[in-house]
Design a protein. Structure first.
Length: 448
């Protein structure tokens, strides 16, 4: 207030609105430029977004990177390649196995076993990038922020994880060759409709370009190899990873209900917890058939739950751009910019490791009930997770409020400085008017 002595009050009230208008005008100009740039950028953009090679690997470079990672950490990883064929159609399946004691996995049946599949649908490239990130975290080449490494290590000591980074390699190659909307395998069969539970049933809006179930259950070598893997490995936890929306699905896909019983309730609680912790409650949670708006028949997760008897069987949908044109498939199913790509990969890898911890705890409880050996100690419960989540959210909120306060303080300071400089300019300007009124041409140019 010392800047405005009483005798200058009138001047203050004259200048202040002028300054405010000037201030507003400056910001308006900046905004206009932004929107013009945005519109012209939009007009320049092609309607079909190509694969962003700065963000995404090719299937070949992705597998190469995984091979190198496995080679660097032979004490905890090994990789197998299976091949299968049917009526002249051949397919390949790469499976990476993680265990902290890789040489003893065959004998040790007391460990928590997890099977994860990525890239079952060819156009959902982001899922395989998530597989790579999870493998990097398991290798400890990369770390998970804000995670108790001791706790995670306890879980991983007693866990075997099998990862299929690209289930549908042939379909993926078609996408890489330019068929960006292809989701089926190398001969046009949807691998998530080729399993035996309720196989072949077609809904009214059935589209063979999307959901062709094949000539019979397990007609496709990719599905045969996955079934064989599930039979030999007998996982406790299965996740089929997709993109197209943000969702945490549990059985059933072919009915609009979830299975009855306590196990189903536990699965649902796990998903709701993951939604709180890692999806900011945005994700759709529930049965695939009941939540997505259509029923799906012959899906992998329904088989894994119903026939393979995997106690925790899920389908995760990790990303979707609902505003993208239905023809613009790369954009619809995959993040196209670096910040979104990083957010999806980081947040979902954190979700998977939370799920490993919760799943191991659930299995420990179940094994204790069954009196079967299960060597997982000191695991965190879902309740503890929720408590941790609430505390974390409170801290995060406090942090945000603090940042907002600092931002407002800075803005107030800048605004005061702006007012001061404007007033000084006005004084300089006004004081020169009488002198220069005789010769206007000698006025200095006004500073913008
Ligand atoms: Zn999919």
């Amino acid at each position: 207030m010392a800047l405005f002595p009483i005798r200058h009050r009138r001047l203050r009230f004259t200048i202040l609105p002028f300054c405010l208008m000037l201030f507003y005008a400056c910001f308006s100009i900046v905004d206009c430029r932004r929107s013009v740039n945005y519109v012209s950028h939009q007009q320049r953009q092609p309607s079909i977004t190509p694969i962003n090679r700065d963000l995404y690997h090719t299937s070949a470079t992705l597998m190469e990177e995984i091979k190198k990672l496995v080679h660097r950490h032979q004490d905890r990883f090994h990789m197998e390649t299976f091949t299968g064929s049917n009526k002249g159609y051949q397919a390949e399946l790469n499976v990476v196995t993680y265990s902290q004691n890789i040489n003893e996995i065959e004998e040790d049946k007391s460990k928590f076993r997890i099977l994860l599949s990525f890239g079952q649908h060819a156009r959902e490239l982001i899922t395989s990038e998530l597989a790579l990130k999870i493998l990097y975290i398991l290798s400890e080449d990369q770390t998970l922020p804000k995670r108790n490494p001791l706790l995670l290590n306890r879980t991983l000591q007693n866990t075997i994880i099998k990862v299929v980074p690209i289930e549908n390699l042939n379909g993926r190659k078609k996408v890489e060759a330019g068929e960006l909307c292809e989701r089926r395998n190398g001969r046009g069969v949807d691998l998530n409709r080729n399993w035996s539970v309720d196989w072949g049933k077609k809904e009214k809006d059935y589209d063979p370009n999307e959901e062709n179930p094949g000539s019979g259950p397990f007609s496709e070598p990719e599905a045969q190899m996955m079934r064989k893997l599930s039979r030999s490995f007998k996982p406790h936890l299965w996740v089929n990873v997709h993109s197209g929306m943000e969702a945490l699905f549990m059985p059933y896909d072919h009915k609009n209900t979830t299975p009855p019983g306590e196990q189903s309730e536990k699965m649902k609680l796990m998903l709701e917890t993951l939604n709180h912790l890692h999806c900011e409650d945005r994700c759709v949670v529930g049965s695939g058939g009941g939540s997505v708006g259509y029923l799906a028949h012959g899906t992998t997760t329904d088989y894994m739950f119903e026939v393979a008897n995997i106690p925790m069987a899920f389908t995760f949908e990790i990303y979707g751009d609902e505003k993208a044109s239905y023809k613009d498939c790369f954009k619809m199913f995959n993040p196209v910019d670096q910040p979104t790509f990083n957010r999806v990969v980081n947040e979902w890898s954190a979700a998977f490791f939370s799920m490993f911890e919760m799943g191991a705890h659930e299995m420990k409880m179940k094994f204790m009930e069954d009196r079967a050996p299960f060597n997982v100690d000191n695991l965190i419960s879902i309740d503890d997770y929720l408590k941790g989540y609430l505390i974390e959210r409170k801290n995060r909120y406090a942090e945000k409020t603090e940042l907002l306060e600092i931002g407002l303080q800075e803005m107030r300071t800048y605004f005061r400085l702006f007012l001061l400089s404007s007033i000084l300019l006005m004084f300089m300007f006004c004081s020169r008017i009488p002198k220069s009124s005789t010769s206007r041409s000698n006025m200095p140019p006004v500073t913008p």
